[in-house]
Write a protein that binds this ligand. Structure first.
Ligand code: C2E
Ligand code: MG
Ligand code: MG
Length: 406
């Protein structure tokens, strides 16, 4: 199964006539690279299928032969094409599957070859990959998980836990809302396992909306009690969620419907947003900022950071990734990175939250270099709201019972 890499760009930049010419030249090269008895077909768009018959009876030998032909096709298609009087380069991604002993339907075979082709794309394109059953198992597990997550959302299996964020005197400033999935069979599942899938499938939209609504509801509850009225909640927002057209309206609607104070809501964005339309990102942030909503850049230092962008984004806060905090006392590089982030943030007038603070030693280092807010197991793990309130908001012994907000 052969798919041309970036074929759309040819159509878009050189026009459809040139795209057609390229396809015709590719077809001619494919035909020229295989034996008379083999079959070459255009499957549709920029996809071709080549069927090689009468390979060696031994499966390993057959695989080697198929690989040799695939390499030959790659080499042939890597030669420049003559288009519009100029030279044009195009590369293919090739997926291979073997058949013979097994009785498989045509659909199943094509599906396998197509899957393998996607592996070739994922491996960087202009290469070939074989279908293997492990790959199929991974695909199946993924689609099961997706169906499960869809149901889990509908059945209310997703929960929001809260982790404290404290100042340099360990006073509570607020919490980060972290989603959890209480799976009926598998128990508690961490977001690292299902957020990427939710992003790929679009389920992040209802999921993100649920977390946002839950956080706004909690903010409203906290606002009712003087002991908790100052607390803020940070909500993680994926790039896909942030870019969706109704995002700004959705956030404002969540705040209004729960009568929550926008100034107590912080949205945590990641550096991956900087890879997209930066002007649009800034415009959205400005709109929400105009209503009082705050912004933090999460996992700072792990992604694509451009200082000029950092300056342009209307941020309030950066969160130093826990990966740097972890070894801050033992790895001089991490220590240097943390000090640099702190100095940079101060000069840009950004608040800094250090994530993943687990030891008093890490805390001392961070405070020494000017960090003013902290999050990590040293101060508390993410917990359900009742536990969070009991641990952190319990009234002093002298206060009347029931003084703490839930
Ligand atoms: P994050 O936003 O960077 O959240 C911090 C993660 O560090 C959390 O993992 C938290 O439990 C963990 N953590 C906090 N303190 C410590 C510590 O002292 N030591 C160690 N080793 N870990 C600590 P968690 O809850 O598993 O969340 C993982 C990631 O999933 C989050 O990273 C965030 O990117 C994403 N996520 C969580 N909830 C949501 C959500 O509602 N929406 C979106 N889009 N992403 C979410
Ligand atoms: Mg976060
Ligand atoms: Mg983080």
């Amino acid at each position: 199964f052969i798919d041309l890499d970036n074929f759309k760009a040819v159509n878009d930049t050189l026009g459809h006539d040139m795209g057609d010419q390229l396809l015709a030249q590719v077809a001619a090269r494919l035909v020229a690279s295989v034996r008379e008895a083999d079959t070459v077909a255009r499957f549709g768009g920029d996809e071709f299928v080549v069927m090689l018959e009468a390979l060696a009876p031994d499966i390993q030998d057959a695989a080697t032969q198929a690989e040799t032909v695939a390499e030959k096709l790659l080499a042939s298609l890597n030669q420049p094409f003559e288009l519009d009087g100029g030279q044009h380069y195009s590369t293919p991604s090739i997926g291979i599957t073997l058949f013979g002993d097994e009785r498989l339907s045509v659909d199943e075979l094509l599906k396998r070859a197509d899957l393998a082709m996607y592996q070739a794309k994922a491996a960087g394109r202009n290469t070939q990959r074989f279908f293997d059953p492990d790959m199929q198992a991974a695909v199946n597990a993924r689609s099961n998980l997706e169906a499960d997550l869809r149901q889990g959302l509908a059945r209310g299996e997703l929960l929001v836990h809260y982790q404290p964020v404290v100042d340099h005197q360990a006073r509570l400033l607020g919490a980060e809302a972290l989603v959890r999935w209480r799976h009926p069979q598998r128990g508690m599942i961490s977001p690292a396992e299902f957020i990427p899938l939710a992003e790929q499938t679009g389920l992040i939209l209802p999921l993100g909306q649920y977390v946002l609504q839950t956080a706004c509801e909690q903010l409203q509850r906290w606002s009712q009690q003087s002991a908790t009225a100052h607390l803020s909640i940070s909500v993680n927002v994926s790039a896909r969620q942030f870019r969706q057209s109704g995002f700004v309206a959705e956030v404002l609607q969540a705040l209004r419907s729960h009568q929550a104070d926008p100034r107590k809501l912080k949205l945590e964005l990641t550096e991956s947003l900087l890879l997209g339309d930066i002007e649009d990102t800034i415009a959205r942030m400005e709109q929400l900022k105009g209503e009082g909503v705050g912004f933090a850049l999460d996992d700072f230092g792990t992604g694509y950071s451009s200082l000029s962008y950092l300056k342009r984004l209307p941020l309030d806060q950066v969160k130093i990734d826990q990966g740097f905090v972890r070894d801050v006392l033992t790895d001089p590089n991490d220590a240097a990175i943390v000090r640099t982030i702190l100095a940079l943030a101060h000069s840009l007038d950004l608040q800094v939250v250090a994530e993943g603070v687990e030891t008093a030693g890490q805390l001392t280092f961070l405070r020494l270099h000017g960090c003013e807010a902290f999050q990590g197991y040293l101060f508390g793990r993410p917990e359900p709201i009742d536990k969070f309130a009991a641990d952190l908001l319990a009234p002093p012994a002298s206060a009347p019972a029931g003084g703490a907000a839930p």
